[in-house]
Write a protein that binds this ligand. Structure first.
Ligand SMILES: Cc1ncc(COP(=O)(O)O)c(C=O)c1O
Ligand SMILES: Nc1c(O)cccc1C(=O)C[C@H](N)C(=O)O
Length: 420
């Protein structure tokens, strides 16, 4: 670093620190465990640990499981002296009620459990069954996350190959909406580029052609305000372990719009989606609302972690969170500008605010090696094939000074790489 560089960098840093001093979300960082010496830019893969989670897990293990044993499935406060049992049976519904406001849904439109992949399967099956039989195309983005494509391929094989999975480039989606399309299966924010589709606009256009929509909100929920009902969305899924910080393998959520709940069928009709599981009836009668999509026994430990993690959003205004996210990603792009002029870096994330999520990505010919060097320097981003450096920003725990530190680390890693 030259003297000039250092002076420039320091003045930039102090300007950013000034911004941080006025950050209305600055206090949220103290609610997370973040290791010293690390800038964690991978909350879009695995959110950081909210401090309330370990004690909640310990309580569930020691008191609810260890002390109350099977009584914890029901709410029965008189069953023991060690505190009220925790009504585990309804835990998926309580978690759904916490996710609902983050995605513009009503609580009974949300179900929590299973993985995102499995929930995609449930919704694909329900939506295809609702679509007119002459509609034989499932329209998707060619760059969609692999599991979305694989689930559609698997279900289509089960259905005897009746459908055509049509992957098209994101820019051609609108032109491919037609009367032969049964449904669209789209991820709002691209996991590689961070490009954000127009969820409301595409939903309206799809509806104009009589097409049902399934949205994957993996990189949206908890990252910015989502308004599924405002957009008239039909179906959606999302991850619990990314911006919702529910921990590795956290349960996923799904959304079924109220207007579809009588016609959409839960084909993975497990007993926990039955209106009265302990009736032990021979035939499946669905529970009201989205609860019918809860298949088997709720995964109490991981649901409890997600339940506790979601409390960090209780006092967060999501429009404020979005404004901070944009400020962080704008700052990052701006600070990276001189490096783009000097090194083979290509920005692949749109600069336009409406067209991006909460990540910024660059192509680099040695992206994998670059990311290894960066991780060695404590800048934890991600590499995605074939040549993407991906940096996720979580407004709940990042400051503008973190952005500055990250860019200093990237600069040093690029220099270490000898110009590549
Ligand atoms: C868009 C998208 N959908 C789904 C998933 C994951 O699905 P699952 O939770 O089933 O592994 C991811 C990331 O892992 C993703 O980025
Ligand atoms: N889900 C993941 C996992 O189980 C292991 C490692 C990474 C992940 C991810 O979240 C990948 C992620 N969906 C992505 O956007 O690349």
């Amino acid at each position: 670093m030259t003297v000039f560089d250092r002076l420039f960098a320091n003045s930039t840093l102090s300007q950013l620190q000034e911004k941080d001093a006025h950050d209305p979300l600055a206090h949220k960082r103290a609610e997370f465990k973040l290791p010293e010496g690390v800038v964690y830019l991978d909350g879009n893969s695995l959110g950081a640990l909210p401090l309330t989670v370990p004690s909640r897990l310990a309580r569930v293990a020691e008191e609810e499981w260890g002390g109350q044993l099977i009584r914890s499935w029901t709410a029965n406060s008189s069953s023991s002296g060690t505190g009220a049992a925790q009504d585990w049976m309804n835990l998926p519904d309580r978690v759904a009620a916490k996710i609902a406001p983050l995605i513009g849904a009503q609580p009974h439109e949300v179900a929590v459990g299973d993985s995102t992949s499995v929930n995609i399967f449930k919704l694909l099956a329900a939506a295809l069954h609702m679509a007119a039989p002459e509609r034989r195309v499932i329209l998707t983005d060619a760059d969609n996350f692999p599991t979305d494509l694989y689930m559609a391929q698997g279900l289509n094989a089960l259905l005897g190959g009746r459908y055509e999975l049509r992957p098209v480039p994101g820019a051609n989606l609108e032109a491919n909406l037609s009367g032969e399309v049964a449904l669209t299966l789209l991820t709002e924010v691209d996991y590689r580029t961070g490009h954000r589709l127009d969820l409301a606009g595409l939903t309206a256009k799809a509806h104009g052609h009589g097409i049902l929509t399934i949205w994957d909100l993996a990189h949206s929920a908890g990252a910015f305000p989502v308004d599924l009902n405002g957009a008239g969305a039909d179906f959606a899924v999302g991850c619990g372990y990314k911006f919702l910080n529910g921990g590795p393998g956290a349960p996923s959520f799904l959304f079924v719009a109220e207007r579809h709940q009588d016609s959409a069928q839960a084909f993975l009709s497990g007993w926990m989606g039955h209106v009265d599981p302990f009736e032990m009836a021979r035939d499946f009668t669905p529970a009201p609302g989205a609860r019918r999509y809860v298949v088997g026994t709720p995964t109490v430990l991981s649901l409890s972690a997600l339940d506790a993690a979601l409390d960090v959003f209780a006092d967060v205004d999501m429009t404020v969170l979005r404004a901070k996210s944009l400020s962080l990603t704008d700052t990052f792009m701006e600070l990276m500008e001189p490096l783009m002029a000097q090194y083979p870096l290509t920005l692949v994330t749109p600069r336009n605010h409406d067209e991006r999520g909460s990540q910024v990505s660059y192509q680099h010919p040695q992206a994998r090696e670059m990311m290894e060097r960066l991780i060695g320097r404590g800048i934890l981003g991600d590499f995605r094939t074939p040549d993407i450096l991906r940096f996720g920003f979580t407004p709940l725990y990042h400051s503008h000074a973190d952005v500055w530190r990250a860019v200093q680390g990237i600069k040093a890693a690029l220099e270490e790489g000898g110009g590549t």
